[in-house]
Write a protein that binds this ligand. Structure first.
Ligand SMILES: CC(C)=CCC/C(C)=C/CC/C(C)=C/CC/C(C)=C/CC/C(C)=C/CC/C(C)=C/CC/C(C)=C/COP(=O)(O)OP(=O)(O)O
Ligand SMILES: O=P(O)(O)OC[C@@H](O)CO
Ligand SMILES: [Mg+2]
Length: 228
């Protein structure tokens, strides 16, 4: 899977707490995106996760659960992504939640399917920023986090999370030069093909979320924009 991760360019993130019609879901799943992440910050329940999973399963696209709550962990996904929030002021979101979950689930964990993500939340207005009591890191901080993910913790993914806001391409470019092993995910505010192309110049994988729900036609165009 690490090799597969290296081949991916584009991921759609679907929020189980938001409504999507069957017709739109089909367009997303058949868009040519490399994978679908199921995830969000609030109102994530076992019921809405299972409902979305069963609907995505009609298609062949790989399906990943990004775990944000212990209540919504279920078998049946191809892969599981587990955030570790590097810039949270509380150790809980970087270490303790994951530590407790490993104690609870270790017998069920198939490590080839599970990927820990070094998360850096860079938008103060994102729900996840407030939820995890994060601070806004400066450029030097972000670069040092990237170094830690790549060379200290050896995590497979460094995720620059601007959820809801288009980020700073120059910072994404700088971070990319720091990473020798980790795959660089960029997510946040991508609405147009041009934005997708710009961030994909630096990030290995771009993640498109909210624009699925606000402008589906443009969201679909982000796939071909990074695959040409
Ligand atoms: C039963 C079975 C077979 C299970 C498989 C085994 C398995 C995978 C076990 C899990 C083991 C494990 C270590 C689990 C971790 C548990 C856990 C709850 C960890 C904490 C994760 C965390 C730090 C969550 C905080 C919130 C966060 C960073 C969420 C990431 C997603 C995100 C940022 C979404 C975007 O949200 P946002 O845009 O801010 O808000 P909207 O929803 O409005 O878009
Ligand atoms: O929803 P948007 O802003 O596209 O961000 C995508 C993803 O990184 C959110 O976790
Ligand atoms: Mg979202």
């Amino acid at each position: 899977m690490t090799t597969l991760l290296k081949q991916w360019k584009h991921i759609f993130k679907l929020d189980p707490a938001k409504e999507i019609t069957d017709e739109d879901l089909e367009k997303i799943c058949e868009s040519g995106t490399d994978a679908i992440i199921v995830g969000g910050t609030d109102n994530i329940t076992l019921d809405n996760v299972l409902d979305l999973l069963s609907r995505i399963r009609r298609y062949t696209v790989p399906c990943i659960l990004e775990i944000s709550s212990m209540d919504a962990i279920t078998p049946g996904f191809d892969y599981y992504y587990i955030p570790m929030v590097l810039n949270s002021k509380e150790k809980k979101w970087m270490m303790d939640m994951q530590h407790q979950a490993i104690k609870d689930y270790v017998d069920m964990m198939e490590f080839s399917e599970i990927f820990f993500e070094g998360y850096c939340i860079l938008n103060e207005d994102a729900k996840a920023f407030t939820y995890t009591n994060s601070y806004l890191p400066d450029e030097e901080d972000v670069i040092a986090y990237a170094y830690m993910v790549d060379k200290v913790f050896h995590l497979p993914i460094f995720y620059m999370e601007y959820s809801g806001k288009y980020g700073d391409p120059a910072l994404v470019a700088k971070v990319k030069t720091q990473l020798q092993h980790a795959t660089l995910f960029y997510g946040g505010g991508i609405e147009t093909a041009a934005q997708a192309k710009e961030m994909k110049q630096y990030a290995d994988v771009i993640v498109v979320g909210n624009s699925i729900y606000t402008n589906m036609k443009q969201a679909l165009q982000t796939v071909s924009a990074v695959k040409e």
